[in-house]
Design a protein around this ligand. Sequence first.
Ligand code: DX5
Ligand code: ZN
Length: 216
Amino acid sequence: MIKISPSLLAADFTKLGQEVDSIKSADLLHFDVMDGIFVPNISFGLPVLRAVRGVTKLPLDVHLMITKPINYVERFCEFGADMVTIHVEADEPENIRSALLKVKALGKKAGLSVKPATPIRAVEPYAELLDNILVMAVEPGFGGQSFIMGAVDKIAEAAEIAARLGRACDIEVDGGVNPETGRLCANAGATALVAGSDVFRAADRRARIELLRGLK
Ligand code: DX5
Ligand code: ZN
């Protein structure tokens, strides 16, 4: 079965505790951090992560859409992240490698993400460090966008890289995921789906999570 990681970006922030509780049947909780530089939007950061950590047992899947993530990955681990995924476009290669190593040194899972225009081969030099390859199916920065079909082939390529590793490495997809696009992702080899609007707009979130999880 595919893992479901609801994106908190689509939650009602005036009642965050209840919103987190409403998706507790999920496998992970996706936490989107935006710095207004790497992406043209600002979301939330460390204090909110700490608060969320205090009210859920779900593994926290932190997606850093920030420049120079090397400067922040350790704090995100300390504040409660179980997995930290950074962007390959966010810094020079040696700093990307160091940032991933810092996450691993703290005993957390490390992930690397590619924007829609970045080829999947960009993650290959870091493959041996990765627990997660995050394929963006929208331009990062905003929830509620439409799925870019080019992501499907990238998922298949990422799955080949993961298979060559001979150990567990998730292939996660983020952006525009719904039952229809999610099925394409699952068939292409995705092992985890991020879903913001689709889960949080559902009248019955538990049922929606179950439906998405049943796509594979
Ligand atoms: C976009 C974020 C996504 C976003 C997905 O920059 O990384 O995680 O919340 O939202 P939906 O599922 O609504 O496309
Ligand atoms: Zn995300």
